[in-house]
Every structure is written in C-alpha cells, then in structure tokens.
Design a protein around this ligand. Sequence first.
Ligand code: GDP
Length: 529
Amino acid sequence: MSLQKEISKRRTFGIISHPDAGKTTLTEKLLLFGGAIQEAGAVKSNKIKKGATSDFMEIERQRGISVATSVLAFNYKNKKINILDTPGHKDFAEDTFRTLTAVDSVIVVIDVAKGVEEQTEKLVEVCRMRNIPMIVFINKLDREGKDAFDLLDEVEQKLGLKVTPLSFPIGMGYDFKGIYNIWEKNINLFSGDSRKNIEETIAFDDAENPELENIIGESHADSLRENLELAYEVYPNFDRDAYLKGELQPVFFGSALNNFGVRELLDCFIDLAPSPRAKESDTRLVNPNEEAFSGFVFKIHANMDPKHRDRLAFIKIVSGTFERNKPYLHVRNNKKLKFSSPNAFFAEKKEIVDISYAGDIVGLHDTGNFKIGDTLTQGEIMRFKGIPSFSPEHFRYINNADPMKSKQLEKGIDQLMDEGVAQLFTLELNGRKIIGTVGALQYEVIQYRLEHEYGAKCTYENFPVYKACWVEADDPKNEEYSEFLRVKQKFLAKDKKGQLVFLADSHFSIDMTKQKYPSVKLHYVSEYK
Ligand code: GDP
C-alpha cells in the first residue's frame, strides 16, 4: 500500500477527562468495537488509587500497567486507531501535557452529573492553546444528571469552547430512553436489558415522523422535537473545517458503561478526526507524507527491573516510515543510531515490527541516549518544537543522604529528569539543586526510585517558591538587566537546559519585578519563543 494511503488510515488521539468520568470504560468499549479485546474488564485502569501515596509496590505495579496501556492500537473499519493513554491523576499532569504533543486529536469525557471538573479544564486549556481538534463525549446518561442544554452551556463557559451537539439525549437516568443522532439522523433506543451486550440499534431516521410517539411515548416525542428545534436554532451547523482548526467542538451523549452511544461516537470519530497532522520544527513545517522519516520523543519509561537499566523511549512518527535496523540521526547528540527491536503497540501487547508509519508510536529500547523532546530524523538537522515545561507547583532542595553515593545520586537525578518525572533547577548562587514537581507524590516516587534503581539516598528540605518564571531579556546588555541579575541573585537558577529561571516567592514579587524591570520578560512556560 502506498505511504500516503497508510498514513491517511491513521487516527492517533488521546482521551482526556477528570478522574472517574469514564475514560477507562470508554477506552475499553472502543477496544471491544475494534475486536482488540473480547470481554469487558480487560483494560486495567492506570489510576493511582487513593491511599497509594505511601504504597510503593502499588506505584510500581501501576507503572507496569501504564507501560502496557501507553498506546492502545487496533483496526476498525479499515482505519488504524492509536489511543495514547493520558494519566488522569493531577500529580501526573505533566505526563499528560507531553502526551498531548503527540496526538492529532482528542476526545474529552465529561460526567453528566458532575459536569466540567478541574482536571478537564486544565487539559482542555492545553489542547485549546495548540488548536487540537476535540470531540466532547458526555457520559453516564443512564444516571440522573444535569440538563443537556445547561451542560452544553457549561462546556462553552468553563472550557472556552464553541460546541454543537451531534447527538441529543431522550430523557435521562431512570427515564433514559435513548439518543437522537443528529449526525446520522436516526434514533437509537436504550434498552435496559441489553446492558452487557453491544447495543442493538433501532434506527429511526426522521424526528418529525408521527411514529415517534409509538416508540418513545408522547411526552418524550414532544420534548425531543422541542429540544432539537432549540438546538438547531442555538448551535451552528457542524463544519468539519472549523472542527479541524480547533474552532468548533461536536458533542455526543451516551453511556460508556452500557456501551450506549459509543458506536456512534467511534463511527463519527473515524470520519471526522484528522489523520496525522503536519508538525512545526525549528526550520520548517514537516508534512506526514514526506518520504523521509522524522519523529520525536514524548515519553520515556524506565524499566521496572532495576537489573536492566534500559528504558523505553516513545517516539511519535511525524513523517515517512520508521524501519527496523535502519540508521537514524539523533539530532541533539549528532549521532546515528540503529534499532534492532522497535516495539509497536497492539491493544495491550507490544511487538517488534519492521515498519511503522507517520502517526504511529514506536517504543525504542534506550540505555540513556534520549531525553523528552529529542528529535530523530533520516539525516536532516532540525528539532521539533512544542514540548514545553510548565512551572512546577512544589519546590524542594534535594540533599545527598549518603556521601559515598554521590555519583549514583547525580546519575539517578539526571536520568529521572530526562524521563520528565520532575524538573531540576540549580541555584546560580551556590549550585544547590532544587527539584520542582507538579504533585507532592513525585517526591516519594523519586526518593524510592533513587534508592531502588540507583542505590542512592536523598532527603528534601523545603524551599518556598511560588512559581518558576523563565527569564527573557529584551536586551541582555542593558543596565536594567544587570541590576535584575544582581538584585535577584538569590532567586535565580538554571533549568536542565541551562535556561535562566527566576524562582519567585510570591505573586506579589512577580508583579513588583515586572514593574521594576519592564525590559525583563517573565514566562510561566519554558518554551516561550
Ligand atoms: P476514569 O477514571 O475516567 O478512567 O473512569 P472509569 O472508566 O474508571 O469510571 C469510573 C466509574 O464510573 C467506574 O465505576 C465506572 O464503572 C463508572 N462508569 C463509567 N461509565 C459509566 C456510565 O456510562 N454509567 C454509569 N452509571 N457508570 C459509569
């Protein structure tokens, strides 16, 4: 098959949600449709359960699961679907942000009763910044929840989206009758008895048809017609171009647990969702259909077995094909590397493959060559953009607790930071190291892993920082910048890439600094250019 055909078959996406909205359940139903799994309950949740904070075996077990579910791939109606797992736990939000740099679109799952929740807001904001096409799935319609119009309103207000419903619920909770599919123009009845089976479709192609009363009863028929009329009036017609630009988000309703509305979502998804998109590098826009291979590392997973120090680097293929045993250029190291056992992912297995295409993810065994964000090419010197670090929420000094093991500690910290577990800042004044994380859980993970994988011991000490701001000087030679460097010396550090960071202790201090040194720009994101 031609390169172009293979690539246009691919749909690489992520499912994002606040924990418990139904992401795992939906993923599982999608896999059922793809025939990738045979029964419900086969997909393990990679949720870090409450109380797991102090249970490191549990964390390790979860890490194992999260490798298995990092990429779930299957074929459906002649499309190759790649679902990239995005951890819902907020302490792992950075992981999710990075994974979102490798998806071509997303599905946002929202709980009908809880509406838009905190984690959804943050993740959608990241997608919005990147204009990633999004489809919204409102889940758990078999339960009592908010009114459909109120929810659509909430999605627009809180998530800053512009929506249009492509399906509409008939009743809700105990009175849930089914869904009118605006996209396919038919009705799908919910039957409480077939809960465990894949839904049986009873299609009905015209809401004006007087038969409707016989099927869902008079009052439901009336309210459905009213709702549809209002929906057509209030919301714009669906426009695929607007969706692809990230300017319009179609909304579906359903119940993942009951496998209801999931087929509609999937069928519509494969029609609408984009095949692999072009990606910007520092020199040019790279098109997926180009013959020459290029890709970038968006995730690194350390081996679970401390005796084998190798890691699995996850590469999103941006263009061309990735072939086994062919030499590729590691641009940052300016080194050619060959991979004899690249992994591709199928449902929950990984297998060695000879060839993968743009849009696919390959897992490469790595002994320490890769960092998050690294670019691989067939020889061209360029770097893909778009894996920024955000300011961490927590900051602590890290101290060596075993002076005999300082080399091990250094190596461990280095590798864990390359994996993107946390961010390292080195104070300009005295060279002390500060670890910044999104959640407090990471400190325990780091301490545990340093000890078990590197044989090093560490302790932490509080360092009161409000936010890390990446510093950009309008003119590095001017008087104002020199004064800034002198006055703020105690609060300046370098990140892992050697970029200058101002560790501000309060919001007030950021405001004052901006006022006093207007030519010094402070950014909350590392990649600001
Ligand atoms: P995740 O944290 O987003 O991955 O959520 P899960 O898929 O683990 O679902 C959280 C809980 O919601 C589980 O107990 C599911 O069984 C339940 N759930 C998921 N979908 C539905 C649904 O459509 N209806 C109902 N009633 N419960 C659901």
